[in-house]
Design a protein around this ligand. Structure first.
Ligand code: NAD
Ligand code: UDP
Length: 317
C-alpha cells in the first residue's frame, strides 16, 4: 500500500559526482530519493548536505549484488567514471556495469519502474566519425586498459535493449560526454579537475601527449537537466541519446584557459599519452534537441569559473 504521492526514485552511484547533483535536483522537485552507493569512487561527503532531508535515504550497497526495494524510477549511475578509478580494479568495473545492469534491469522488470542508464561517449572508442552521432557503432579496443569501462558500458547498453525488447522494460539510455563541475573528485585524474587543482596548488599542469587531442566539456547542471528530460520523455524515446556540449577544445586550450583564470606559477608540462586515449570527441546532439528540446546553456568560460570557485574553497578546508 502507498500512502504518499511522492515518486520513489532510486539513484545508483548517487554519492558520486553526477549522482549527488541528481539527488539534489530530484529531492528539490519533491521526490523520495534512495541513494545507493558502495563508496568505491563516491563519498558520503557528497551527499552530507542532504542527510537531514526526511525524503532522502542513503544505502551502502554494491550493485553487483541484487537489490530488493520498491521504486517508480531508477537512474543507474553506479560505475567509476575516471580512468584512474576504473583501471584500479578493472574486473570490478566490468562487473559493476554488467552485473549492475542485470540487477537493476531485473528490479525495473519486477517493479515496472522506468530505468535510465548512464552510458558514455566511450562506447564510440577512438572514433573515425566526427562529431559522433548515435548511429555510429564505434571503434573500441576490446582488450586494452580502457576496455573494462568501454566494453562494460557497451554490454550494459545491449542488456538494456534486450530487456526492452524481450521484457518490455521502459528504458532510457543516455550517452554522456565529458562532464565537469563542483564535487568532481580532486584526485580522480580527470582532466578538468586535474588542471584546476594543479593550477590552484601552483604545480605543473600535466598535458598528456601533445595536447592536441580534443574533448567537449559539458557543465554538470546542463547534463542533469538532460537526465531529467530524457526520463520524462515518451516511452518510445528509448535512446541512445547523446548528452554533452558540442563545443570542442584541445586539451592544450583547456590547460591555457585554466591557467589564465587561476594565475600563479604553474607551467605546462608534457607527459606520455596513456594507451588508447581517444584523439577526438564531440557529440552530435541533434537527437537531444529534437526529442528533448535540450541543449547546453553553460559554456566553458562560466563553467570553469564555478568549478574553480568550488575547488578553491575545497582545498582551503
Ligand atoms: P563517480 O565515480 O563520481 O560516480 C560513480 C559512483 O558510483 C560513485 O559514487 C561510486 O562509489 C559508485 N559505484 C561504483 N561502483 C559501484 C557499485 N558496484 N555499486 C554501487 N555503487 C558503485 O563518476 P560520475 O562522473 O559521477 O559518473 C556517474 C556515471 O556517469 C557513471 O556511470 C559514468 O560512467 C557515467 N559517465 C560520466 C561521465 C562524466 O564525464 N562525468 C561521462 C560519461 C559517463
Ligand atoms: N589529460 C591530460 N592531463 C591530465 C589528465 C588528462 O592531458 O592531467 C588528457 C587525457 O589524456 C585525455 C583528456 O585529457 O586526452 C581527457 O581525459 P579524462 O581522463 O578527463 O577523460 P577521458 O579520456 O575519459 O575523456
Amino acid at each position: 500500500m502507498r500512502i504518499s504521492n511522492r515518486k520513489r526514485i532510486l539513484i545508483t552511484g548517487g554519492a558520486g559526482f553526477l549522482g549527488s547533483h541528481l539527488c539534489e535536483r530530484l529531492l528539490g522537485e519533491g521526490n523520495d530519493v534512495l541513494c545507493v552507493d558502495n563508496f568505491y569512487s563516491g563519498t558520503k561527503d557528497n551527499v552530507a548536505h542532504l542527510m537531514g532531508n526526511p525524503h532522502f535515504e542513503l544505502m551502502r550497497h554494491d550493485v553487483t549484488f541484487p537489490l530488493y526495494v520498491e521504486t517508480d524510477e531508477i537512474y543507474n549511475l553506479a560505475c567509476p567514471a575516471s580512468p584512474v578509478h576504473y583501471q584500479w580494479d578493472p574486473v570490478q568495473t566490468t562487473k559493476t556495469s554488467v552485473h549492475g545492469a542485470i540487477n537493476m534491469l531485473g528490479l525495473a522488470k519486477r517493479t515496472k519502474a522506468r530505468i535510465f542508464q548512464a552510458s558514455t561517449s566511450e562506447v564510440y572508442g577512438d572514433p573515425e566519425i566526427h562529431p559522433q552521432p548515435e548511429s555510429y557503432w564505434g571503434r573500441v579496443n576490446p582488450i586494452g586498459i580502457r576496455s573494462c569501462y568501454d566494453e562494460g558500458k557497451r554490454c550494459a547498453e545491449t542488456l538494456f535493449f534486450d530487456y526492452h525488447r524481450q521484457h518490455k522494460v521502459d528504458i532510457k539510455v543516455a550517452r554522456i560526454f565529458n562532464t565537469y563541475g563542483p564535487r568532481m573528485h580532486p584526485n580522480d585524474g580527470r582532466v578538468v579537475s586535474n588542471f584546476i587543482v594543479q593550477a590552484l596548488r601552483g604545480e605543473d599542469i600535466t598535458i598528456y601527449g601533445d595536447g592536441l587531442q580534443t574533448r567537449s566539456f559539458c557543465y554538470v547542471d546542463d547534463l542533469i537537466e538532460g537526465f531529467v528530460r530524457i526520463m520524462a520523455s515518451p516511452p518510445e524515446v528509448t535512446g541512445p541519446i547523446n548528452l554533452g556540449n558540442p563545443h570542442e577544445f584541445t586539451i592544450r586550450e583547456l590547460a591555457e584557459a585554466v591557467l589564465k583564470k587561476v594565475g600563479g606559477p604553474s607551467k605546462l608540462v608534457f607527459n606520455p599519452l596513456p594507451q588508447d586515449d581517444p584523439k577526438q570527441r564531440q557529440p552530435d546532439i541533434g537527437l537531444a534537441k529534437t526529442h528533448l528540446d535540450w541543449q547546453p546553456a553553460v559554456q566553458l568560460d562560466a563553467g570553469l569559473d564555478k568549478t574553480i570557485h568550488y575547488f578553491r574553497n575545497f582545498l582551503q578546508q
